[in-house]
Structures are given as C-alpha cells and as structure tokens.
Design a binder for this molecule. Structure first.
Ligand code: OGA
Ligand code: MN
Length: 217
C-alpha cells in the first residue's frame, strides 16, 4: 500500500497507489522506538479546549457526507475541510496553542490553514502514506479528538510513499487531546497510517513549503 497525500487533498486529489502489497511481502517487525523527529504530547489540550474544537469542527463539516473512496485509496469513510477561520474563541485559542508550540519547538514561521478530518466509526481509516512535499513543509502535527487511534509509522520510499519491504513498524497510540508531531525524517522518510478506535476527529497543522509564497498554484 502506498501513496503520497496532498495537504489540500480535497483540492488536489491524492495519488492512487501504483502497486499493491503482495502475499510475499515480508511480515512487519516492531521497532522499539519512534522514528527521529516524531514526538508526542499527551493531554496537550484541556477537556474544555477539546470540546470547543470538536464543536467547531462539527460546524465546519456540517452538511458534508462521509466520502467513500475507491478501495485502494489512502483515506476512506471520511470528511475533511480546511478551517480557514474558527468562530469560537476557545476553539481558536486551542488552534493557536498548537501553532505556538510548533513555533517554539520546531521554529515554524509560516502555517498552512489547519485541516480537519472526521473518520467514520464504521470503516474510517487512513492508510500508509507520506504527505505531499509539494504542498506542505517539514512539519506535520495533529491533535486527536473524541476517540483514540493508533498511528503506525514505517520507513518508506519517499518517491512513492510505499513502506519498504520488511520495514519495522512503530506504533503510537493517540489519545484524545494529544498532539503528535512528525518533523524531518519522520515526516519525509516514514509513511504514517491511522487506525481509529471509533469515530475520530483530528486537526492537522502543517507549515508551508519554503517556496510556497512565490508559487502560483
Ligand atoms: C493526513 C493524515 C492524520 C490524522 O491528513 O494526511 O495523515 O491524524 N492525517 O488525521
Ligand atoms: Mn498524512
């Protein structure tokens, strides 16, 4: 399974996997540590901040239905939108808390609009992929909301996003209210996948690629 996922994927369609895992794919091994550049903050948002953000995301997604992509797509049974503005003060403060963290911990200076995703309780999934390097920079960060999920990271081919045969996998359990950061190596050289445990909302923040301002999209 492979793919590169565009940050603004509802504008720019994600690429389809070019090949499938075959039965001869070696079994996955477990890595004992997280990939370089990957970090996790439990309880990053307070319960009140989480609740406010959940309401803001639900309002943003109101009226949209869960999409069911082709069987080999990267993401299935989901809704997603950019969050260009957040009306609620506490929800906006929660988003700003993530930005402030990424400014101070990662030196991020320029952000893309946050991106909210709702994975359905029945069949919602994000399969292994590397986020597009054309549309997003060196840092991808995500807040998990409503229910927990497991992120699986495996070293992958940057050209295709396909996990390397026999690559060991790291699992990171994402509790509601937590923040994960994929920077540098973990962002560019590892595929990430999300297996939710129920309906899960997430808010993803990304930095703009270096030449983003100059580009005409
Ligand atoms: C993505 C992605 C992870 C998440 O949108 O590219 O990998 O935590 N999202 O929702
Ligand atoms: Mn991704």
């Amino acid at each position: 399974m492979m793919a590169l996922r565009a940050a603004t994927s509802f504008v720019t369609r994600r690429l389809r996997p070019a090949s499938r895992c075959t039965p001869s794919t070696p079994p996955r091994r477990h890595a004992s540590s997280l990939p370089p550049g990957c970090s996790y903050q439990a309880d990053f948002l307070t319960v009140d901040e989480q609740d406010a953000l959940v309401e803001a995301i639900k309002a943003r997604l109101k009226g949209t239905g869960y999409e069911r992509d082709h069987w080999d797509a990267v993401i299935d049974r989901y809704r997603e939108r950019e969050m260009l503005s957040v009306d609620d003060d506490l929800a906006e403060a929660a988003v700003e808390k993530v930005r402030a963290f990424l400014r101070s911990e990662q030196g991020v200076t320029s952000f893309l609009p946050p991106h909210c995703i709702d994975l359905a309780a029945d069949g919602g999934v994000i399969r292994p992929h590397i986020d597009s390097i054309k549309f997003s920079g060196r840092v991808v960060a995500g807040v998990s909301l409503v229910s927990a999920a497991t992120m699986v990271l495996a070293e992958a081919d940057p050209a295709t996003g396909e996990p390397r045969p026999g690559a060991s996998e790291s699992e990171l359990r994402l509790a509601p209210g937590s923040l994960y950061v994929l920077a540098d190596e973990s962002r560019y050289d590892y595929a990430h996948a999300i297996a939710p445990e129920g309906r899960r909302l997430s808010l993803i923040l990304r930095d703009a690629p270096a030449d983003f301002e100059q580009r005409s999209l």
